[in-house]
Design a protein around this ligand. Structure first.
Ligand code: 26V
Length: 861
């Protein structure tokens, strides 16, 4: 499907699509189109549309096979693809076709598109990054297959009740999903627990036979990930998600009959829920089982695929690359070694070498509480054979360390995989991989010099940096049509697949027409967001009425001329939503004292989910709601909004409407951030700390055009923490305005009842007092507040001069060329995978097309 078709061809295509859609309505849903509801239309359109996609999907796969390409297997517990239909329409340039189709069916584009629920198969940045990578890998024709889990319930739906978060189940699979394909033929058996019987392979390596174990079937569902169409030979790659749900044999009838209902269903329910927490280790048995399920099923599939084209393992380390997205799939290291030595009689040493050659590990956080550790006892019980492999690996590794650093027992304690009855997954990942990467320059330096210092000293060549990116196709072309159109008008459409070309947009920074258009686009996007929020509220209230609950909080009157100041991301202390809020409280207090005080009207927008068990994060949400309630009731120049249920689709609406992007984490704590990049390519300016990828963004844009940097550097943070020299009470004493704002957290300015009072006081104490052995204000909120306040003043000054503001925006957009995932994956290819492109082979495409079109000639009558 190409947009530049001659008129008659376009019409012929469009008519064919209309006919197909109607046919699907009849044959799959038993409906004629005049009677079908929007859900049915959504599904029928998707079915009709996916026929085209299937052809290229099959051809992509056959082309890899034909070439015997090295294949990348991307393994992740989380993906956040966002709505699939709209992205596929964008990537196949089929907007006009679909609009034509929907017009014919008397439906509006947005009604149908918005019918699709987001697959919420992830928590945040890590999952969304995986999906951006797949878009880039498909677009750039790299041979890849991704593996994950098909959670029955994705990340919970967040609702606000009296300003606090409640979690409702996410029922994304409630209707049939037109984008998934169940592949019964490819199911895999996964084993847990059991007794071991020791044996030997032909080389005398210990291997173990298992008996009395549990067995679980993992059934795969395949999702097509469509690359951007440049020449009708677009690649389609596979995201294969495992489920334990639909295999009746997973239900243990014997346990059930014995009255152990929970145990009977445990394995059937393994893939039921996504653990809705990040940056906090959960240590739960079901989570460990989920991780192993993913690993075991995927590695069996990888080996099966390899052996379809090869007789032995001689080329395995050449043909296979496995990237693990954080440590969650680390057990694949132990499992691959185990299978190679046991089932294929490969000597231990060679099995270890092959595994290390194949594996790459990406670290996404340095927060201690997020580094995975598993209880050794639990691992022994659930995964006895894998544990033997880990023990042997560890033994040999520790011997090597002792040999290299005789007498340095401290090193052994720090580097050993097993320590104090815990299995440290990061250590296992580093030892079992040939490359370890951080996700921004600064983050990688911290890994090398602090968190994994000993490992870096021993294996400097393993450590590389690959800075994150985002796909400009979803986050600019799809999410912000107007801006995408303006950019294309000025510099052509090369940026869509070569984002470095965005640099040329800087040539227009002095052009008043361009600046005017840019400002107008931002205004339209803000109006569109306001409309979207109204519609969302109507839908929510309808739903709540059905559930006989009260309506959601009123939407304040939003002024599109005001500064849209946006912080949307998971709620975490280190991301410092409270820093933002304290500044808003200061502004409000100043304005109340003197209404002439500030000229700039401001709409502060927050959104984000808190992990269900993270008390302080939930308090933060309630505080934002309470501050919003009070400030909005006064109808002044300041408005505060907390938007419920942040997800990819909401992000696509909010980010294009933002003027100011809040990226204000404590320096050294945000590994990279990717929201920061999405805001900038959508024409927002950043107020930010020197953290994660903010630093590289500033360098690329140039200091002159990056005016709102503030706060302590990561070195400073590290120093005051080491020396214990920072005392928030000093800031509190020295700055009356700050004191006055902070005092509102316990003096009932915002608290409407006792519960709120307690929760807000707890936030006050977390800043001012020692808490659970942690120093007061661990995240240095007060330390950075004075500087943040000054930076916010600069924001207001610049915002008053619209023409200048627009000039800054253009320079910021133009500086983003390096932050496309197209660039990130090129870097992975060079530094980690050594992967080559494998575009669809034309003859193969023709063959599949031919086979497909033959059916069109078939007629029963
Ligand atoms: C950790 C855990 C611990 C066990 C329970 C479940 C769970 C789930 C996720 C995680 C890891 C979270 C790490 C993460 O999301 N890091 C973010 O990764 C982004 C992509 O690289 C990066 O932009 C963010 O800065 C970083 O916080």
């Amino acid at each position: 499907m190409l947009p530049m078709m001659p008129n008659n061809e376009f019409e012929a295509q469009a008519e064919a699509l209309v006919a197909k859609t109607k046919r699907y309505l009849i044959t799959m849903m038993g409906r004629v189109f005049t009677e079908a509801n929007v859900d049915e239309v959504y599904r029928a359109v998707s079915y009709a549309f996916r026929e085209e996609i299937m052809i290229n999907w099959l051809a992509s796969f056959l082309s890899y096979q034909k070439r015997d390409s090295r294949i990348l297997y991307y393994i992740s517990m989380e993906y956040l693809p966002g709505r699939i239909l709209s992205n596929n329409i964008t990537n196949l340039k089929a907007h006009d076709l679909i609009r034509f189709l929907l017009q014919r069916m008397n439906r509006t584009y947005y009604d149908v598109i918005e019918r699709e629920q987001d697959p919420g198969l992830g928590n945040g940045g890590l999952g969304r990054l995986a999906s951006c990578f797949l878009d880039s890998l498909a677009t750039k024709n790299y041979p890849v297959q991704a593996y994950g889990l098909r959670y029955q319930y994705g990340i919970f739906e967040q609702q606000l009740l009296d300003g606090g978060q409640i979690e409702a189940p996410d029922l994304w699979l409630i209707n049939e999903n037109p984008w998934e394909f169940r592949r019964d033929l490819r199911k895999k058996l996964v084993k847990f627990c059991g007794q071991m019987e020791m044996g030997e392979n032909i080389h005398g390596d210990e291997i173990y036979k298992l008996s009395g174990h549990e067995e679980v079937w993992a059934l795969p569902y395949d999702y097509p990930i469509v690359g951007y169409n440049q020449d009708n030979r677009y690649s389609v790659v596979t995201l294969r998600l495992w489920s334990t749900k639909e295999s009746p044999r997973n239900f243990k009838l014997q346990s059930y009959n014995a009255g152990n209902f929970d145990q009977a269903a445990e394995n059937t329910a393994l893939t039921d829920v996504l653990y809705p927490s990040d940056h906090h280790d959960v240590g739960k048995r079901t989570r460990l089982k989920q991780e192993f399920l993913l690993v075991s099923a995927s590695i069996q599939d990888i080996i099966r695929r390899y052996l379809e084209g090869h007789e032995n393992f001689r080329l395995f380390a050449d043909k296979v690359r496995i990237q693990i997205n954080d440590t969650h799939p680390t057990l694949i290291i132990a499992e691959l070694i185990r299978i190679l030595t046991k089932r294929y009689d490969i000597p231990w040493k060679m099995a270890v070498e092959i595994t290390e050659q194949c594996l790459g590990y990406t670290n996404h956080t340095i927060l201690k509480e997020a580094l995975e550790q598993w209880d050794q006892e639990l691992m022994n019980y659930l995964l006895p054979r894998q544990m033997r492999v880990i023990e042997r690996l560890n033994q040999e590794f520790c011997d090597k360390v002792r040999l290299k650093y005789p007498g340095d027992e401290g090193k052994i304690h720090r580097m050993s995989i097993i320590e104090n009855g815990q299995v440290r997954m990061a250590n296992l990942s580093i030892i079992g991989s040939h490359r370890v990467n951080g996700v921004s320059a600064m983050h990688t330096e911290i890994l090398k010099n602090q968190v994994f210092k000993d490992f870096h000293e021993m294996f400097p060549e393993k450590f590389v940096n690959v800075t994150n990116g985002v796909t400009q196709r979803r986050w600019l072309l799809d999410a912000n049509h107007r801006l995408a159109h303006l950019i294309t008008k000025r510099i052509g459409d090369g940026w869509i697949t070569d984002f470095e070309q965005i640099r040329k947009f800087a040539d227009w920074a002095g052009d008043s027409d361009t600046k005017q258009e840019l400002l107008l686009i931002k205004m339209k996007n803000k109006l569109q967001l306001i409309e979207h929020l109204k519609r969302r509220k109507e839908q929510q209230d309808e739903k709540r009425l059905e559930e006989r609950r009260e309506k959601s909080a009123e939407l304040p009157l939003l002024d599109p001329h005001s500064l849209f100041d946006v912080q949307v991301k998971r709620i975490h202390e280190y991301k410092r939503q409270v820093l933002n809020l304290l500044h808003i409280i200061m502004l409000w207090q100043e304005m109340s004292e003197n209404s002439e005080h500030r000229r700039v009207r401001r709409t502060a927008i927050f959104a984000g989910k808190a992990a269900a068990g993270y008390k302080i994060a939930k308090n933060i949400i309630r505080l934002i709601s309470a501050v919003a309630r009070k400030i909005n009731s006064e109808n002044g120049p300041l408005k505060v909004l907390f938007i419920e249920n942040y997800n990819v689709s909401l992000a696509e609406n909010v980010i294009p409407a933002a003027d100011l992007s809040e990226q204000i984490s404590t320096a050294g704590m945000e590994a990279s951030g990717t929201g920061n990049m999405k805001f900038t390519i959508n024409g927002a300016l950043t107020i930010g700390t020197e953290d994660g990828a903010n630093i590289e963004m500033r360098e690329q844009v140039g200091n002159a055009w990056w005016p709102f940097s503030f706060g302590s550097s990561s070195e400073e943070v590290e120093r005051v923490r080491r020396e214990g020299t920072y005392n928030p009470h000093e800031v509190y004493q020295m700055h009356p305005k700050i004191r006055k704002a902070l005092d509102t957290l316990y003096n009932k300015t915002f608290a409407g009842n006792e519960v709120e009072h307690e929760e807000f006081s707890a936030l006050f104490h977390s800043i001012m007092d020692i808490q659970y052995g942690r120093v007061p204000d661990y995240y240095l909120i007060l330390k950075d507040l004075p500087d943040y306040y000054e930076a916010q003043k600069k924001v207001e000054e610049l915002f008053c001069n619209k023409d200048q503001w627009a000039e800054y925006v253009i320079h910021n957009i133009a500086g983003m060329g390096a932050f496309s995932t197209d660039v990130s994956i090129e870097n992975y290819c060079k530094r980690v995978w050594g992967l080559e492109k494998s575009p669809i082979i034309p003859e193969i495409l023709e063959r599949v097309q031919h086979e497909y079109y033959v059916h069109e000639k078939f007629d029963i009558y």
